[in-house]
Design a protein around this ligand. Structure first.
Ligand SMILES: NC(=O)c1ccc[n+]([C@@H]2O[C@H](COP(=O)([O-])OP(=O)(O)OC[C@H]3O[C@@H](n4cnc5c(N)ncnc54)[C@H](O)[C@@H]3O)[C@@H](O)[C@H]2O)c1
Ligand SMILES: O=C(O)C(=O)C[C@]1(C(=O)O)C=C[C@@H](O)C=C1
Length: 308
């Protein structure tokens, strides 16, 4: 594939920036990859693994860059934008990968000078690992990457960024900022809140009863513990900056949970069966639409629990 950007500056050198660098390099889509992270150790590791150069300041890293990717926790984006703003090259594209979009737009957009294109974005791909050693080239293969352009965003700049993201394997869609934050509260943020809470409950039980809930954890609970191992700074910022949407969805979740709780208390098997049949159909719809690349083939079309 031919080169799409000359110099790319990655600000924040963790899972997402590292994965982008590996993927962009493997596909030959960029010239020079510069990087900045506030930790000297992260800069050293990134230089060994995926950066052509690293800089002690973000301002230095973005000098002459054609594409700047803000890949720091959401709460750190505004200060970085203020620092790099005077050093951005006219015509450059600034994007971000933050898990929340409203707060990032609010914090970053006011700093972007005229003549520089700001196109917020969010890859719907990740793992529970963080830091520069955790990145890998295939992270974005066949995963969604949502762009939330602003009304004034330049169409040619969006098309160029889209080409890069598609070049590293992502499926790109565009969405309104507020809608993004509501959708992500449902499909990512509240599920993380529930996982954190459930692992907290199990830990509490372990301490109260001295039982071996961790040792004997079944696979459903193990999936919760994987999610609950995600980076604390990243998730603190997600919940603080997408507060309204998360509280709205958590409220709906609690109402639904109470209905389920009542059905169990009342031994209402009919309700439970109907509810679980509906949720199983949702899961199967996701697999049939090819949206769960991790699902095993034997799961497709199988009827693991016929009858009742
Ligand atoms: N991890 C995921 O699953 C995932 C998925 C999609 C989007 N995101 C978003 O991507 C962004 C980065 O997440 P990640 O998983 O790559 O995180 P990470 O913890 O792996 O990396 C973050 C990097 O930012 C650096 N950093 C933190 N604060 C900084 C500051 N003030 N100045 C300079 N550098 C700073 C850290 O040193 C580190 O290099 C976050 O906004 C997150 O919401 C994460
Ligand atoms: O697979 C995981 O570990 C993730 O949690 C990734 C995940 C998610 O799917 O919720 C987490 C946060 C993001 O902003 C995007 C992706």
């Amino acid at each position: 594939m031919s080169q799409i950007y000359g110099k790319v500056a990655l600000i924040g050198l963790g899972l997402i920036a590292g994965s982008m660098a590996h993927a962009m390099r493997a596909a030959g889509l960029v010239g020079h990859i510069a990087g900045h992270a506030k930790s000297a150790e992260s800069r050293d590791v990134a230089l060994q693994l995926f950066c052509d150069s690293v800089a002690v300041t973000a301002a230095e890293a973005v000098r002459d860059a054609d594409l700047i990717v803000l890949a720091v926790p959401v709460g750190a984006m505004g200060a970085i934008a203020a620092e790099i703003a005077p050093h951005l090259k006219p015509g450059a594209v600034v994007t971000d990968v933050g898990s929340v979009k409203g707060a990032v737009v609010e914090a970053v957009a006011p700093h972007i000078p005229a003549g520089v294109h700001f196109i917020p974005g969010h890859p719907l791909a990740g793992t529970e690992y963080s830091g520069p050693r955790s990145g890998f080239a295939t992270l974005f293969q066949n995963r969604w990457w949502l762009l939330t352009p602003l009304p004034e965003s330049d169409a040619a700049a969006i098309a160029q960024l889209r080409a890069l993201l598609e070049g590293i394997g992502a499926n790109v869609d565009e969405m309104d900022v507020a809608h993004h934050d509501l959708v992500l509260a449902v499909v990512s943020h509240v599920p993380h809140a529930i996982a954190y809470t459930m692992v907290g409950v199990a830990d509490h039980m372990r301490r109260v009863s001295q039982s071996e809930v961790i040792k004997y954890s079944a696979s459903g609970f193990r999936d919760f513990t994987r999610i609950a191992a995600s980076d604390p700074v990243m998730w603190r910022d997600v919940f603080l900056t997408n507060k309204d949407a998360v509280l709205d969805i958590l409220g709906r979740f609690t109402e639904e949970l109470f209905v389920l709780q009542r059905a169990i208390r009342m031994e209402d098997g009919e309700h439970l069966h109907a509810y679980f049949t509906k949720t199983r159909a949702i899961r199967r719809g996701i697999i049939e639409a090819g949206q769960d690349t991790a699902a095993p083939d034997f799961g497709r079309g199988a009827e693991p629990t016929k009858g009742s």
